[in-house]
Design a protein around this ligand. Sequence first.
Ligand code: 5AD
Ligand code: SF4
Length: 471
Amino acid sequence: MNQKTTRISPEEIARQKDFCAQIHAMNAALPAQPLAYVDTYGCQQNEADSERLRGYLSEMGYGFTGDENAADVIILNTCAIREHAEQRVFGNLGALVHAKRNHPGQIICVCGCMAQEKHVSERIKQSFRHVDLVFGPHALWRFPELLWRIHTRRGRIFDTPDEAGSIAEGIPVRREGKVKAWVSIMYGCNNFCSYCIVPYVRGRERSRQPEDILSEVRALAAEGYKDITLLGQNVNSYGKDLGREGVDFAWLLEQVNAVPGDFLIRFMTSHPKDASERLFDVMAKCEKVAPHLHLPFQAGNDRVLKAMNRGYTREHYLGLIAALRQRIPDIVLTSDIIVGFPGETTEEFEDTLKVLEAVRFDALFTFIYSPREGTPAAKMPDPMSKEEKAANFQRLVDLQNAISAEKQAAYVGKTMRCLVDVLSDDPRHNLNARTAGGRLVHFSGDESLLGQYVDLKITDSSTWALFGELA
Ligand code: 5AD
Ligand code: SF4
């Protein structure tokens, strides 16, 4: 594998835009505007990648649809993190046979993390013959060229090079909304947690230059975006690969904080082994940095953490939380947890429950371990039965739900500045807003409030949401 980070040259991106222009000319000659459907699975990095695919598609003259039968180009941007995510993709991909039968010129593409897995691209090659184009995250920047080749030649394309990864600046971005924006600050991961497929499919850690990040944030702030999330698999190691004195994640946060505008800064994901007190100091002093930290701890037992190759102990983790709370007492804390890692006993799992009780997270993302082909954990003995793992998982969820409900109830009676971000799917309220800490609030109000900050008085709460009224 090539271990060097390549920076894709501006000339190369200009060449890709030439392909966009050629496809645009072809599309303009059609009787009606052709449509594209980008179906995104998985994490925010995939959402951000889909915004770039839509940016390219828009330059090619495509309109957008959410209907697979109406689409001329369908892209499934996939996630490989757990088996369940992969099964959903294969299920939906299988069903597209019918869409294509009714629409023979339709082009079907699969990209994202699954596309990069060898056994997946092989399976698509053999058993999903209606798929025209498969490309991995490393090839996303050259999507226009790939689509042009599909349009102009017969035959399928599989472009999934095994490489350390590149950085491409200047790809057009078409964002979903006008309120929240994702900004990738780095790509890839070097941590090789023993259960995780990400380092194998997304390559080595590589940071964007701070100037590129800051000019993107400045443009977003000037356009009126109110909520900007800095993205990376492990944002705390931002800058390590740049070799530029003083450039690290805490420094970058300060620079982003200094960008003029009325917006909040969020970031994910942080790794406990690299989170520092210096970062917490910067979070505390930067007024735009949201009072929220997502800090995955995965498991509460030191033997299990070691087998996971996480690089910290429970004591270190609890020390970080204490140091953070000392600086920002009302910080909102969330985390990721895996139950049923190979060899984890029920007694060891109970150490995870103890961490929940000690920290009292506001919310958790909880997962049952899912073996990923090619990772070290997939080869470890895994004697615990599915039923026992499910029972432990339920204990975890019950404990966290009780904690979440108590923490949510403590908001009732308070008035909080919230950002109104989307229409609500709650039957009693038409709008959703978020507190600075990221808690969801349902309330009723005029739709013109979308994208604005409002003061909401919290009147009620549940495990998952708060309910409020305009103060
Ligand atoms: N099985 C279950 N959960 C996993 N995660 C990552 N890999 C796996 C796996 N093989 C979880 C971790 C990570 C989150 C994004 O997904 O908790 O933090
Ligand atoms: Fe996966 Fe660990 Fe990297 Fe997160 S830090 S992406 S869990 S390997």
